[in-house]
Design a protein around this ligand. Structure first.
Ligand code: ATP
Ligand code: ZN
Length: 292
């Protein structure tokens, strides 16, 4: 294996094994980067870009990026914020979405932040949790645990917890009730603040452009429909398309095919209106990438 120091490739830190690993690899592959054997190695070269991945624990990522050991990192905003790392957040990515929340036993008496005064709060996020209570002038005793925080109240190690929540099922399963959100988090692409070569900077720009294209594509659908020619004007007004739609004459006299791209968020709403305007045979397809 090559040593870390000898590399001039853009080095990207990702979580070795956990919730973010597959999603991050899928994102990198969806923007055209190809890797082999990422499950077995610590350092993985990209086959078609001057990029290498360093696979490490997520807790170490902000610091590796801060120190310039890695140029970029994909890591939860919760970890970067907890570490108070000196890095630049380049982009929020729509996965690994969760929140750091305070929670207390459902059958207990803690119902709001003020009730936590003088109580023991178990957490793996002492920095963010302390900040939350300090800002409210509430004095709590923090018990820092590295995992299994949700069972601390049952073990009587703590009165309440501050932990990451996504669906809320883990809290429920442990008889806990979510009381307030401390920090909203998603996976972020972070960049070192150490100076980078021109080559690395332009590679980063290229990657960001591709990620943006991919994000836009994920939120869009390509739609095709048939319609009478005289309905085209109304259809054009209905479709919130990026550009004017493509109109192709069909073999059937007076009929055309209309092709365009719409945001997924408005697709169903638009589809009803299109049918009313006379469109038929509406087909929706996923979009792989969108570069403007
Ligand atoms: P590592 O071994 O790398 O330290 P970990 O156990 O700390 O792994 P994971 O449980 O894999 O980490 O979570 C990684 C990230 O996934 C979290 O830091 C957070 O940003 C995000 N995440 C999303 N939903 C949740 C959730 N419900 N619980 C915990 N983390 C979540
Ligand atoms: Zn971790």
């Amino acid at each position: 294996m090559r040593t870390l120091d000898s590399s001039t490739s853009l080095r990207i830190a990702i979580q070795k094994s956990g919730r973010l690993t597959d999603k991050t690899m899928n994102l990198l592959e969806s923007i055209g980067l190809r890797f082999d054997d990422y499950k077995r190695n610590l350092l993985v070269r990209c086959r078609n870009f001057d990029v290498e991945l360093l696979l490490i624990r997520d807790d170490d990522i902000p610091e590796y990026v801060q120190d310039g050991v890695c140029d970029l990192g994909f890591v939860g905003g919760n970890v970067t914020a907890e570490d108070q790392a000196d890095v630049t957040i380049l982009k929020g990515l729509d996965y690994g979405v969760c929140r750091l929340s305070i929670a207390a036993p459902k059958n207990g008496s803690l119902r709001k932040a003020d009730d936590f005064s003088g109580k023991k709060v178990a957490t793996s996020y002492p920095v963010l949790t302390k900040k939350y209570f300090d800002e409210r002038g509430i004095d709590v005793e923090l018990i820092t645990l590295s995992g299994a925080v949700e069972i601390a109240p049952r073990l009587e190690v703590a009165d309440a917890i501050s932990d990451l929540v996504s669906s809320g099922n883990t809290l429920k399963a442990n008889g806990l009730m979510e009381i307030d959100t401390i920090y909203e988090s998603e996976t972020e692409l972070i960049r070192t603040n150490k100076p980078l070569s021109q080559g690395k900077q332009s590679l980063i720009e290229k990657l960001i452009q591709r990620i943006e294209g991919q994000q836009k594509a994920e939120r869009s659908r390509y739609i095709m429909m048939n319609a009478p020619e005289e309905a085209v004007e109304e259809i054009r007004n209905i479709i919130p398309s990026l550009k004017s739609p493509t109109i192709v004459p069909l073999a059937e006299e007076g009929m055309v095919a209309v092709h365009t791209v719409v945001p997924i968020s408005t697709f169903w709403q638009v589809m009803e209106k299109l049918k009313q305007a006379g469109a038929s045979g509406i087909v929706m397809l996923p979009v792989e990438s969108m570069i403007e």
